[in-house]
Design a protein around this ligand. Structure first.
Ligand code: AVJ
Length: 347
């Protein structure tokens, strides 16, 4: 009887959960019901995770940040000239500001800067700093998930758009998701252009080492996602019951980060239980790597064409300028003149 009452109590508690919490819980459980089990890489980035990521960027094995910065430094004036003057720069997931400062300083008369991020406090602080440094720049911070629709003011400074998407963040999305996101960003750009950082396929050992460093920082970063989940959802993952693994999936052309269960174990999440077999992997992140051809094909499917590609001498990383392909812009998009087909055109 007491057990039944406790069970009913739990059900009532579940009903009382905040709708946002409920949705979060449901999405985590959905991922854990897949085979292989999955969690979103957004779980890496709590306070500690963000610090660990900053540490990762300094690791000798983690070439991405360093190489991207070297490309930007070396080609900044060329890149700035290629995108043109008077731009409204929109940055989805505006985490690191170093690259943004560099770009804004190099651009000719940037009109506006629109950072879009879910980390709202960080966002306002960064916006304030930029307002002080660039006195003629309109800074309009948007606290939102950049993968969902968000709206940008209609005024003149926001008209001539450049989407800035560095850091190989695109690598976190699988092909279907990436095409959807790139299409969404093309609509955000309204017939403008995009600068995007894309990590390239290279020697397997170099790629694996970047996600499995000798100092174990990436392992700590990966395992920290479980602590974050526990705190947000009240789950009882034991991080000591899992170990970090990075593997190169050649078929899908991606590094996968796994959390591997050391033994058979049961984890409570909300009112549910999830069972892990010994050696079973929970996928915590994909990091896709591209050849220039693969990326151009994917961008093409999203209505972009590749204008220019800048790389380092070893071709480990690339910064690419994408231009909205006008023929694929629907009549609903503005900034590019298109003729909506009239009924007679198809008759
Ligand atoms: C920030 C998504 C580009 O995939 O390389 C670093 C995150 N994961 N080490 C990446 C990450 C493990 C990173 N991105």
């Amino acid at each position: 009887m007491a057990a039944v009452e406790r069970a009913l109590g739990r059900l009532a508690d579940a009903g009382r959960r905040h709708p946002d919490e409920q949705a979060l819980l449901a999405s985590v459980l959905e991922g854990l019901r897949r085979r292989p089990k999955r969690i979103s890489p957004v779980w890496f980035y709590d306070e500690r995770g963000s610090c660990l990521f900053d540490e990762i960027c300094e690791l000798p094995e983690y070439y991405l940040t360093r190489v991207e910065l070297s490309i930007l430094r070396g080609r900044l004036s060329e890149i700035a000239a290629s995108v043109g003057p008077d731009l409204c720069v929109i940055e989805p997931g505006s985490g690191t500001s170093t690259k943004t400062h560099m770009l804004l300083n190099a651009l000719e008369r940037p009109a506006a800067y629109v950072p879009v991020d879910v980390a709202c406090e960080h966002l306002e602080a960064a916006a304030e700093r930029l307002r002080r440094e660039h006195d003629r720049l309109k800074v309009h911070a948007i606290c939102a998930d950049f993968t969902a629709p968000f709206s940008i003011p209609e005024g003149a400074p926001f008209r001539n758009r450049l989407v800035y998407f560095p850091g190989s963040t695109i690598g976190n999305f699988d092909r279907a998701e990436a095409v959807r996101l790139l299409s969404h960003l093309r609509r955000v750009a309204r017939g403008g252009s995009m600068l995007i950082g894309v990590d390239m396929v290279k020697d397997r050992r170099v790629m694996v080492a970047a996600y499995d460093d000798a100092a174990g920082v990436t392992a700590a970063f990966n395992l920290n996602a479980l602590d974050h989940l526990n705190r947000r959802l009240g789950s009882d993952f034991d991080p000591a019951g899992f170990h970090h693994r990075a593997v190169w999936n050649a078929v899908a052309s991606r590094i996968e980060m796994h959390l591997v269960s050391r033994q058979r174990q049961l984890v409570r999440i909300g009112d549910d239980f999830v069972c892990f077999a010994a050696g079973e992997a929970l996928v915590s992140e994909y990091s896709h790597k591209y050849t220039p051809e693969m990326f151009a094909a994917m961008a093409g499917a999203a209505g972009w064409h590749v204008g220019q590609v800048w790389t380092d001498p070893r071709e480990w990383f690339s910064v690419q300028r994408l231009v909205a392909d006008c023929s694929s812009i629907s009549a609903g998009d503005r900034g590019c003149r298109v003729h909506a087909p009239r009924p007679t055109d198809t008759a």
